[in-house]
Design a protein around this ligand. Structure first.
Ligand code: F6R
Length: 236
């Protein structure tokens, strides 16, 4: 594991964007596993800037996102599809048909999970998976549990996650209680993993996840077993 400490969130974002752009330059038809939330926003902004300068070409890239709220469709401003379109996809030349986010409104969410995993398999797996980490150690929406869940599945969000994510909603009552998330197999089979986290609040969970025992109680701890993972942390 490579653990990098950046002085500021801006530097963290630049380093993360560097790793992502190197991946795309080396393999223009990369499959990128992408995340939402506050952590990747700076990296997306930087990548957009480099794209506009003509330094990166996303036309051959396919993306698969980690998760989506159950019950929110892509036109809902709080959905992760909307987030990705607004904060990244609309500003680069990725083919929108090659961007995948689990469908949180599918009538059969179990079947949606299965077909999402099949799609990732058909794409040949993920080349680079970008991750954030929740305060309870979740990655994607794999919440602390008694076991690691392998496939894309529906989860009940924990109170702490609902509370943390309520900052994006008008009030906490509006935060969906469930999400559909990629499971541990697709994440762990990614050829490379890049996890980014910033802020003093994330320090303790990072220590537990990467220097403590591997346990489903801290889902991110499984990443200790990944052969090619880079973690970038900035305190500010
Ligand atoms: C989002 C996701 C989540 C976030 C995590 C951290 O797609 O998969 O695991 O990465 O909740 O969120 P932020 O970055 O907002 O602190």
């Amino acid at each position: 594991m490579k653990f990098i400490t950046a002085d500021t969130y801006e530097k963290l974002s630049r380093q993360a964007a560097n790793i992502i752009s190197a991946q795309v330059i080396i393999k223009p038809d990369s499959v990128l596993g992408l995340a939402t939330g506050s952590s990747p926003l700076g990296a997306y902004k930087q990548l957009i800037e480099w794209y506009k300068k003509g330094d990166i070409d996303f036309s051959g890239v396919t993306s698969v996102n980690l998760d989506e709220y159950v019950g929110l469709n892509g036109s809902n401003e709080q959905s992760y599809r909307y987030f990705m379109n607004k904060n990244f996809f609309e500003h680069i030349n990725i083919n929108i048909d090659n961007t995948y986010v689990p469908d949180g409104c599918a009538s059969d969410l179990k079947a949606e999970g299965e077909s999402y995993d099949r799609r990732i398999e058909m794409l040949g797996g993920i080349d680079l998976q970008l991750l954030g980490i929740g305060l309870d150690g979740h990655i994607g929406f794999n919440e602390p549990d008694r076991y690691f869940v392998k496939s894309t599945h529906v989860v009940d969000l924990h109170e702490s996650t609902i509370k943390a994510n309520s900052r994006f909603f008008k009030n906490i009552g509006e935060v969906p209680k469930q999400a559909i998330t990629m499971g541990m197999v697709s994440i762990m089979q990614a050829k490379k993993i890049l996890l980014i986290a910033s802020g003093k609040l994330k320090r303790e969970i990072l220590e537990k996840a990467f220097y403590g025992p591997i346990t489903p109680e801290i889902p991110a701890s499984i990443l200790q077993l990944h052969p090619d993972i880079t973690v970038i942390y900035s305190e500010n």
